[in-house]
Design a protein around this ligand. Structure first.
Ligand code: PMP
Length: 562
């Protein structure tokens, strides 16, 4: 095995030198996408500078060069996952498109009413929704496999559920939330007994394990380049040759045909049969560079360092008071999902972001898993081989200081339904626009602005439970949020709001400062976007939280029209 030099590895990722919110970046959102080494970034621009032409079609030197780079990358992928032939490697734009291809080509042409598709509760939406669509189209049914307490697919249930009606089992090699390796070979062995096809979603596994599709012996294996230090917009569908040959095209157009006439069109051989249109050639060239990069560093050496990080991070997280992992035990890859007692997951993520730590919070594109585990969401730290022990220590320290704040929160005021109706009792204590602008002009850094938003959120009186319903819910907010509107006889409006997340409550306070105690005409005339930009909010909030802010404003504008 090659030796792994952390410093030398990390130096190759220029983005890690950047400051975020004026703090050194700690990037712990690698399960969403990994950062790219300089050789991959350069390969992209080098392709456009030296080899750009369309592939397979034109009869000139540059096209031959582009085609050669493109097909060499296919060969590299074939060797990287130990497939038998290049014909088994189809380029797509990501795992999502690969799964849609299988569902619409294999699924739609094969499945019949009453057939069954087996999924698990831990699947990413990308491995659920394409199957729901094909189930609606064909009359097939979806059955869902439960998990063990440590988060793997429960094999004993698989044995009971699988039958002659089952046509395919589709499951993640490793869940993007649980970080647990599913018992792939056992699942495939059972599936084979019933001649059931198998699709393994390798989106997470590809960066952390050595993949050998020959050994795994699945029918389909899918993954995305961007999760393994490669470019976005490039994915792979591996399928067994015979199976791919038997499947109809997914999309139609140039490249996927042999001949076209209005009387009859014949299709190209695999893999081209599934590659209609001009592909992401520059991205695919960069995927070739990605594989070169991993092989040069040594895949196993990378995985061994990650395993060391994972063990350390798990032990450190265990020491955070109130932290609860969403399944039992240490994960198999450095993906940690947890909740913290007394803290909303979005508040934790935004607090970490304000000190430069990028993590993900929410449902992680796995809403059925959240329902299965009976949680509304969680925080996820996902590490890569360019992350360090020091970054873990700093993050754990931040989590511990959050936890102390949570323990001190005793001053929660709840406003009553009667008070909501009675405008006068509520008018006094609420901050004005001038108060908010003054508060924010004192706070120069995002870190301190963030603290002010959280303080505003802490002070906002909570709504009583009966006011939190379908009518008051703010559609489009990332976490649950509610807005109650009342108007007095002079046409003056008063709004009260609430959310599960303190950061959203803070944002609600900022919006309400601009609209409370005003008439419909005054509210409509207020320039909200200018107000947000004066406060320096929009450039720091994530797109989803920015949209949440706009959703609050939309709800107010709709309310004043009624
Ligand atoms: N499956 C899993 C397990 C994933 O983690 C992801 C990405 N988060 C996907 C599928 C979808 O991958 P992509 O967005 O690259 O198509």
């Amino acid at each position: 095995m090659k030796s792994f030099s952390f410093r030398q590895f990390r130096q190759q990722f220029p983005i890690l030198e950047n400051l975020v919110n004026a703090k050194p970046l700690i990037y712990f959102d690698n399960a969403a996408t990994t950062q790219k080494p300089i050789c991959v970034i350069n390969s992209h621009s080098q392709y456009y500078q030296t080899a750009n032409a369309n592939v397979h079609r034109s009869s000139h030197a540059l096209s031959a060069k582009a085609t050669s780079v493109f097909e060499q990358a296919r060969t590299k992928v074939k060797n990287f996952i130990n497939a038998e032939s290049e014909k088994e490697i189809i380029w797509t734009k990501g795992s999502t498109e690969s799964i849609n291809l299988i569902a619409q080509s294999w699924g739609r042409s094969t499945l019949k009413a009453g057939d069954e598709i087996l999924l698990s509760y831990s699947e990413h939406h990308a491995n659920i929704v394409p199957w729901q669509i094909v189930a609606q189209q064909t009359g097939a049914k979806i059955k869902v496999l439960p998990l063990t307490t440590t988060g793997q697919i429960d094999l004993s249930v698989l044995e009971q559920v699988i039958s002659e009606r089952t046509k395919i089992v589709c499951f993640a090699h490793i869940s993007n939330v649980l970080g647990r390796i599913n018992p792939v070979s056992e699942i495939i062995k059972i599936a084979k007994k019933y001649q059931v096809k198998t699709l393994v979603d390798g989106a997470q596994a590809i960066a952390h394990l050595t993949i050998d599709v020959d050994k795994i012996d699945c029918d389909f294996y899918v993954f995305s380049a961007h999760k393994m230090y490669g470019p976005t917009g490039v994915g792979v569908l591996y399928g067994k040759q015979e199976l791919l040959e038997s499947m109809p095209p997914y999309q139609a157009g140039g490249e996927m045909i042999k001949s076209v006439s209005f009387e009859q069109t014949t299709y190209n051989e695999i893999p081209h049969k599934f590659e209609a249109g001009t592909p992401n050639i520059a991205g695919i060239a960069a995927m070739g560079a990605t594989i070169n990069f991993i092989e040069k560093q040594g895949g196993e050496a990378i995985h061994e360092y990650e395993s060391h990080l994972k063990q350390y991070c798990y032990q450190q997280l265990l020491s955070v008071q109130g932290l609860k992992f969403i399944v039992d035990g240490e994960p198999d890859i450095p993906v940690f999902s947890f909740t913290i007692e007394g803290q909303h997951n979005h508040d934790v993520a935004s607090a970490l972001d304000s000190v430069g730590i990028a993590v993900r919070s929410g449902h992680h594109c796995a809403m059925p898993l959240m329902q299965y585990l009976n949680i509304s969401g969680c925080i996820r730290l996902s590490l890569s081989a360019y992350n360090s022990i020091e970054e873990i220590d700093f993050t754990v320290k931040q989590l511990k200081s959050l936890n102390l704040t949570a323990a001190n929160v005793t001053d929660i005021v709840t406003v009553s339904s009667k008070e909501i109706k009675d405008l006068d009792t509520l008018t006094d204590s609420f901050p004005s626009v001038n108060d908010i602008v003054a508060l924010f002009s004192k706070s120069k850094s995002w870190d301190s602005k963030h603290r002010e938003i959280m303080m505003l959120g802490k002070k906002l009186p909570r709504l009583p439970v009966q006011e939190k319903n379908g009518n008051t819910l703010i559609a489009g907010c990332e976490s649950h949020a509610w807005l109650v509107c009342s108007k007095n006889t002079n046409g003056v409006f008063r709004f009260s709001g609430d959310s599960e997340a303190k950061i959203i409550r803070g944002l609600i306070t900022i919006v309400l400062a601009a609209v409370n105690n005003k008439t419909a005409a005054q509210i409509a005339a207020f320039d909200m976007e200018n107000y947000f930009s004066e406060l320096g909010l929009l450039q720091h909030l994530s797109p989803s939280r920015g949209n949440g802010l706009r959703a609050i404003v939309n709800k107010i504008h709709n309310a004043i029209k009624l």
